[in-house]
Design a protein around this ligand. Structure first.
Ligand code: SF4
Length: 290
């Protein structure tokens, strides 16, 4: 197991993890909310370091990134665990997977991930599938080696990270797609067990660093598809980024614990796109249109 960064040990033997805004207090022998960071004897360890559960070569457009190194392939990998608890999670087989000590996971050191990327002629490496924040130590080590080989690095993330960790992680990223799940605090607390503001801070920080940023918004009927919410989101994006920010409105389907909303009808996505275009946003994309 790899000792984690971004934690401190408290007098009672608990540790406080400050990799993400949840700031879990973790007792000895227990893991944090994400399930992959464990307190062992007053030290915090990353359980998923070196253990990818999904490795795949994807077109970069699939991340989705529509305006970065178009036409190239990206070597994509993810581990398991997540620091959000979205009731509608479309990737719960990885996000809610737990580490099993007796399971013989195959170890992939960072060097091997970079070697595989080069071997398969991929121009970039993508941290994706589950939430990369929870395996940030691994992603950082892979990214540093990738930079030495002139490979680009891609982050596909929920953006729920502290500034302390983002300052160590995001400078190593070239392009990111951040999942902005719904532009209201009420949506974040009720549907994801998290908060909106840290996500907005992360997006802004990536932009401030000069990184290529695209956003994805999974549109759930009756939950985050109102024109009022869209306008508030676009007001923020226009003020803090600009109207060339690529935004992907993506259709939802019932999954995991949530089936109270129907699949997103195409007409909803078309209406959101038309409103954004009318307001002067230039790079609006639709995903998973049925
Ligand atoms: S990264 Fe995991 S253990 Fe750390 S604060 Fe977030 S949810 Fe808790």
């Amino acid at each position: 197991m790899k000792e984690a960064n971004w934690y401190k040990t408290l007098e009672d033997g608990k540790v406080e993890c400050f990799l993400c805004p949840r700031k879990c207090l973790i007792a000895d022998g227990r893991t944090g909310f994400c399930g992959v960071r464990k307190n062992t004897g007053g030290k915090l360890f990353s359980l998923s370091y070196g253990y990818p559960q999904a490795l795949q070569i994807d077109p970069i457009e699939k991340k989705p990134l529509s305006h970065f190194m178009s036409g190239t392939k990206t070597f994509s990998f993810g581990t398991f665990g997540c620091n959000l608890a979205c009731v509608f999670c479309q990737n719960h087989h990885l996000s809610r997977a737990v580490y099993r000590e007796k399971q013989p996971y195959q170890y992939f050191p960072p060097e091997q991930i970079v070697e595989l990327t080069l071997k398969h002629n991929c121009a970039s490496l993508a941290f994706t599938y589950n939430e990369p924040t929870v395996f940030a130590e691994y992603a950082i080590d892979v990214a540093k080696l990738a930079k030495e080989k002139n490979l680009a690095t891609v982050l596909v993330s929920n953006g729920y990270i502290t500034m302390e960790a983002a300052k160590d992680f995001y400078p190593l990223i070239d392009a990111a797609n951040i999942d902005m799940k719904g532009f209201s605090e009420e949506f974040y607390t009720s549907m994801t067990s998290a908060h909106l503001q840290p996500v907005l801070d992360a997006i802004k920080y990536l932009h401030t660093l000069g990184k290529h940023v695209e956003l994805t918004n999974l549109v759930i009927p009756g939950k985050n598809d109102s024109m009022e919410m869209l306008d508030a989101f676009l007001d923020w994006a226009e003020k803090e980024i600009n109207r060339d920010l690529p935004i992907h409105f993506s259709a939802y389907h019932p999954d995991y614990k949530y089936d109270e909303s129907p699949r997103t009808p195409p007409v909803t996505l078309y209406a959101l796109r038309d409103r954004a275009l009318k307001r002067g946003f230039t790079r609006i994309h639709l995903g998973n249109v049925w």
